[in-house]
Design a protein around this ligand. Structure first.
Ligand code: PGA
Length: 249
């Protein structure tokens, strides 16, 4: 945790949730929100942002899972940052490894999307993280540093952007890096944010993501410069998500 920074506990529902079960899950999350130190964020499928806004009523923030880099235009199937904002989102997750891999999204494209998010008044949550090969070859920090250089636009620091470190091999696998590895990576990321965005970089939130569960959340959230978590699977169970949020203090 970084002193003076409010932790952010973010749930990425990915492609899970129809109206009925999404609203029920959101109601259970909202019921546990009062009194928590952490800010809660749920990124549901885009179809559920608008229906969940009254359920959360500001007690839990909403976010998209991706946006297009253009403000509008002929982009069948895509969604703009302004549309997400219009539906009730305050954040948008960008550059998740599932999108980097399935849609070959480059860091330069992620940067363009982050610029679009900032222009629309959304806070970007930019994901970075190394594939397992790079970790085994001892190149994890180098890969993540390069992703940060290429993915974070000017203006990211002033807008309070969020960076999530998500090792690709830890997502949905039940495996996590050692606490020492997370600590080293987050220290590098903090130094890089401070060098790039000066004083603003020192206060930006750095999340860890990848198989965060109630059982490992206390230890992970106690690591210096881990200011919250980005949670996939465990965010689909209200009690698990809230247990992780309580672990943030
Ligand atoms: P997981 O997913 O918590 O299911 O590992 C994390 C993520 O994809 O953000």
């Amino acid at each position: 945790m970084t002193p003076g920074v409010r932790p952010l506990i973010a749930g990425n529902w990915k492609m899970h949730g129809l109206a009925a079960d999404g609203v029920a899950l959101a109601q259970a999350v909202a019921a546990g929100a009062p009194g928590l130190k952490a800010e809660l964020l749920i990124c549901p499928p885009a179809t559920l942002i608008s229906p969940l806004a009254p359920v959360f009523a500001g007690a839990v923030a909403l976010g998209g899972q991706d946006c297009h880099e253009a403000a509008k235009g002929a982009h069948t199937g895509d969604i703009s940052a302004a549309m997400l904002k219009d539906a009730g989102a305050a954040y948008v997750v960008l550059g998740h490894s599932e999108r980097r891999m399935a849609y070959r999204e480059s860091s330069h494209r992620v940067c363009a999307k982050a610029e679009a998010a900032l222009a629309a008044g959304l806070t970007p949550v930019v994901c970075v993280g190394e594939p397992e090969d790079d970790r085994l070859l001892g190149r994890a920090e180098e890969v993540v540093a390069e992703q940060m250089t290429e993915s974070l636009p000017a203006g990211f620091g002033a807008a309070g952007g969020v960076v999530a470190y998500e090792p690709v091999w830890a997502i949905g696998t039940g495996r996590t890096p050692t606490e020492a590895n997370i600590a080293a990576m987050h220290a590098m990321m903090r130094a890089k944010l401070s060098a790039t965005f000066q004083a603003e970089g020192a206060g930006l939130r750095l999340l860890y993501g990848g198989s965060v569960k109630p059982g490992n959340a206390v230890a992970i959230l106690a690591i210096p410069h881990v200011d919250g978590a980005l949670i996939g699977g465990a965010s689909l169970v209200a009690e698990d998500f809230l247990a992780i949020a309580r672990a943030a203090g």
